[in-house]
Design a protein around this ligand. Structure first.
Ligand SMILES: [Zn+2]
Length: 474
């Protein structure tokens, strides 16, 4: 996401900082002894997110939304594998009314406590067995305010809605195992009043209109973390093309933003081709973008296949969100502590793009950050040193400045140590090693060390990745 997160909420400040950022650069839970899966996946910042005892393989979501009534009704068919013998398991669901739950086609008992929906199947689920749970639900989906004050979940827009889920908003529109450690494939069908369109992740899989309503189907064939799922409902101008490598590009743009977006979105094939040369093969079957109005959403997010933008992005922001398809979406953090593996890489991608396209070098960007002259105000320059990128102090700061820019500085220190060629190989190798999987900071440092056994990275990890304050030397 979110090349710069703002706690002030001031749109004017937001515009300035977004401009700066783009110019410069933007389950392991155990099964309980009582046979229940447990209410969390063990995340250090969001302990209730995700659940223990099972691994989701596929979500089939059938949704219907009427923006005027602001009413969502849905059927979630979840195919999962039990990782222990289960007499009960939890799903995460926020708000909405549950109407019925079945497991294996048989009605199941269920109860709710906050975001935890506990399901008790009629018969015990055996370890390693596959099972299918179907949840029917409806209601007014909620907008979620995060610990840092930003809004996600189900956002109402001028002409419809936009669903965003980093870090915990997806549970506001479908029940699931809402933690990045459990990735799955998806099919998403959304029915909206005729005249509106519903855009989601993956590739279009047909549409049909009957009785004054249109159903749009989307299919996501590669694993996706639930925080990267999106649905955009509204009036959109759509486009399709291909990248030079043959990847399909689908775009959906709010008509008000169409003219301003045209030139930059036309560069998606060029950006993906550059990113493939830099990071390796594109990890998904399609790419693209969704552009809504700036007043609809306060930030950009790297939703899988097609990132969401608050108005026409500039090239730096486009590069950032496309780079996330490798770093974040394909190689996904194991917990929210590992956010710098998303944002440090996506920020560094912007530095590399700039370097390759006649702008300043990554070294110059690094030097300006270290010298405290990068951001237009002293407060932001100082904020860079507020905490170590691999260890945000709390949930409100998983998307704060050090995670982005100091994270990118860590990568630059690695590059200085191994040299340009080995660093280029390392960027590609890391993306390949964990393609469509999860990874954490310890795996990253081990990977770097194994890739250059004759180099010493101890000082970089100690001072730049885990150390408090500004390192004594650049
Ligand atoms: Zn980002």
């Amino acid at each position: 996401m979110r090349p710069y997160r703002l706690r002030s909420g001031s749109r004017a400040v937001a515009a300035v900082l977004l401009a700066v950022s783009s110019a410069a650069c933007g389950s392991g839970a155990e099964t309980g002894s009582d046979g229940s899966g447990g209410p969390g996946a063990g995340d250090p910042y969001f302990p209730q997110s995700g659940n223990g005892g099972y691994d989701v393989l596929h979500y089939a979501l059938g949704l219907s939304y009427d923006p005027r009534a602001h009413r969502l009704s849905g059927t979630a068919t979840i195919t999962a594998r039990a990782t222990g013998d289960l007499t009960a398991f939890n799903l995460d669901l926020r708000g909405l009314d549950v109407e019925a739950v079945t497991v294996g086609g048989v009605r199941a008992r269920w109860s709710r406590d906050g975001q935890e929906l506990t399901v008790r199947p009629r018969e015990r689920l055996d370890r390693e067995g596959r099972f299918r749970v179907v949840v029917r639900y409806s209601g007014a989906p909620e907008t979620v305010t995060d610990p840092d004050g930003s809004e996600e979940g189900w956002l109402r827009t001028a002409d419809g809605a936009l669903a965003l889920g980093q870090p915990v908003g997806s549970m506001a529109w479908f029940p699931g195992n809402h933690h990045p450690s459990d990735k799955a494939t998806y099919s998403i069908a959304v029915t909206v009043p005729k005249g509106l369109r519903a855009v989601s992740n993956g590739e279009p899989d047909g549409e049909e209109t009957k009785g004054g309503r249109t159903t749009y189907r989307w299919r996501v064939g590669e694993p996706m973390a639930s925080y990267l799922a999106t649905v955009a409902v509204g009036r959109y101008e759509t486009g399709r093309t291909k990248t030079p490598g043959g990847t399909a590009v689908y775009t959906a743009v709010d008509p008000e933003q169409a003219a301003a977006s045209r030139a930059v979105l036309a560069r998606i094939p060029e950006v993906v081709a550059w990113a493939e040369r830099t990071f390796g093969p594109y990890p998904f079957s399609s790419t693209g973008a969704i552009v809504d109005r700036p007043e609809d959403v306060g930030y950009a997010l790297e939703t899988q296949n097609r990132p969401v933008f608050p108005g026409a992005p500039d090239i730096g922001l486009l590069v950032h969100e496309i780079a996330h398809q490798w770093y974040g979406n394909s190689v996904t953090p194991r917990t929210w502590r590992d956010m710098w593996l998303n944002e440090g890489f996506a920020t560094y991608a912007q530095w590399l793009w700039q370097e390759d396209h006649g702008g300043g070098s990554a070294q110059q960007t690094f030097d300006a950050l270290y010298a405290g002259g990068y951001f237009p105000d002293a407060e932001s320059n100082e904020a860079l040193w507020a905490f170590p990128p691999a260890d945000p102090p709390d949930a409100a700061r998983i998307s704060a400045t050090p995670v982005y820019w100091r994270g990118a500085m860590v990568l630059h220190k690695v590059r200085q140590t191994v040299g340009d060629d080995a660093f280029a190989a390392l960027l590609r190798g890391w993306a390949q090693e964990h393609r469509h999987g999860n990874a954490d900071t310890g795996e990253f440092t081990a990977y770097v060390e194994e890739s250059a056994p004759d180099k010493d990275f101890g000082g970089i990890w100690e001072e730049w990745l885990y150390g408090e304050g500004r390192p004594a030397r650049p």
